[in-house]
Design a protein around this ligand. Sequence first.
Ligand code: ATP
Ligand code: MG
Length: 580
Amino acid sequence: MSHSSQLFSLILLFSTKTMDDNTKALNFLEQIIEEDLSNGLDANKLRFRFPPEPNGYLHIGHAASICLNFGLGLKYKAPVNLRFDDTNPTKEEQEYVDAIKHDIKWLGFKWDKELYSSDYFQQLYNWAVLLIKNGKAYVDDQSSEVMAQQKGTPVKEGTNSPFRDRSVAENLALFEKMKQGDFEEGTHVLRAKIDMTSPNMLMRDPIIYRILKRAHHRTGTDWNIYPMYDWTHGESDYIEQVSHSICTLEFKNHRELYDWFLDQVYDTELLRPKQREFARRNLSYTVMSKRKLLQLVEENLVNGWDDPRMPTISGLRRRGYTPEAIRKFSDLAGIAKRDNVTDVALLEFCIKDHLNKTAPRVMAVLNPVKVLITNYPKGGEEWLDAENNPEDESAGSRKVPFAREIYIEREDFREQANKKFFRLKLDKEVRLKNAYIIKANSVVKNDAGDILEIHCTYDPLSKSGSGTPESQRRVKGTLHWVSVKHAVPAEVHLYDRLFSHEAPDAQKEVDFKTFINQDSLIINKNALVEPSLTAANIGDRFQFQRLGYFNIDDDSTPEKLVFNRTVPLRDSWAKTEKRK
Ligand code: ATP
Ligand code: MG
């Protein structure tokens, strides 16, 4: 066991054995909620939301936010809304909405209401009019470049727009014209009138509406103006009466603006939402921003959003990950206040741990060489008992066919090898998993010296599980195998990390795509699997004994089986790293 997997085992043991849900230490967000409750917040008023923008597929970072928000919902028996934050018609699509819903359900969570920020466009517009009437917003006719120049810098105050002191009547008339589509894109914006000298740059008269003459995936061409994120988000939380609006750290300095916007519409009879921030989940050896993931898809560097190398939920699902493993990962990785990077080995540990308990064991040979058992009856065959999962008695057993000719892994045989090679070598014995002890006697080679066939003899009394003294005889190695006559051909996709650099998008001046691992997908068309696998269905997961965990790919058919390697049993990456 490697050092890191030992560490993870300890973490797991610790988290499952000594801390169940009731005794587990509270994370800092739970502490905030507990404090609010003890200060008189009615527990029935707790409400959370998960607010994806439908401009891409969900990734493992979103899973952290999903597990957090829905986890709080479960813990406090409070509703959790799914709110699509769909204020940008240029990037959003129905395809993404559907994929996001599917992924959240697959992760095992249920939302209370399915809501859309776009449903609030009228309300947001009405409130913007209210802002204008209260002298808190104005229409600015300047170009974005000029406005940027007036914005100042963190150490230099901004300057007021010449349009800042327009009359309410003029602002109302102009805003109405923006809405009616009388102006071109980029010619006018509505800005909040806050403070151009604020130390918080976001408070320097932020834009709340811009003109965009684009069709929206839900409101069609009803609107020529669209609200900005900051204006929309807090007010949507308020409309939905979300008690705790949890977002990632980069929004920390937006909180002041969030509160300012709420102040403009807040009615003391209603609950006032609270924004709190936690650190984004970052994962080593991958990128997580939707913009970058979209680039990988659009430039055909991967086969779509659900390519099994992608850190998307759909990619991980196709790769063979289980919702349980992803939830466990979110739990173990925890909720942090500061930015950090989680080692992808923890995610791999979580899936291995879950599949070890749940995946049936089967035999498959990826790089076959033929073995002829010379003393086995010609034409004979027998169906041997094979345990499906030693970790789970209820998984039962199956029959695997054995015959005179079998395949083993080419790398499991050497003519000569030192004592540490516990596999098959000339004049030595190994056990065939679920079957007999065999001994290698000779090899048949072609002119080039490649081994075509290994001739062995078997010990007929050594059959596994037969109870004879010979069956209990201990030999050092055990090999997996498949019968030549019964083997089923399969294509196996061997996936590795998509990037060879630990932090591909943190390298200044080097494009993250430079670090794509050229060996991240190896397609093996020579694999042979045991016949029980012809009955398997898309998505089914297995342990190919001694090799790793594999699942049946979405494109697999009974005529052409396709497997994805979810994760190898041993961490080959750690070895390569050490060798460097
Ligand atoms: P990206 O930067 O990947 O495009 P985003 O923040 O723009 O992500 P949204 O759809 O706006 O994506 O995110 C929905 C919710 O998920 C937000 O509350 C956001 O804070 C949260 N979220 C997004 N990425 C992460 C992450 N890496 N870790 C934790 N939470 C995240
Ligand atoms: Mg976002």
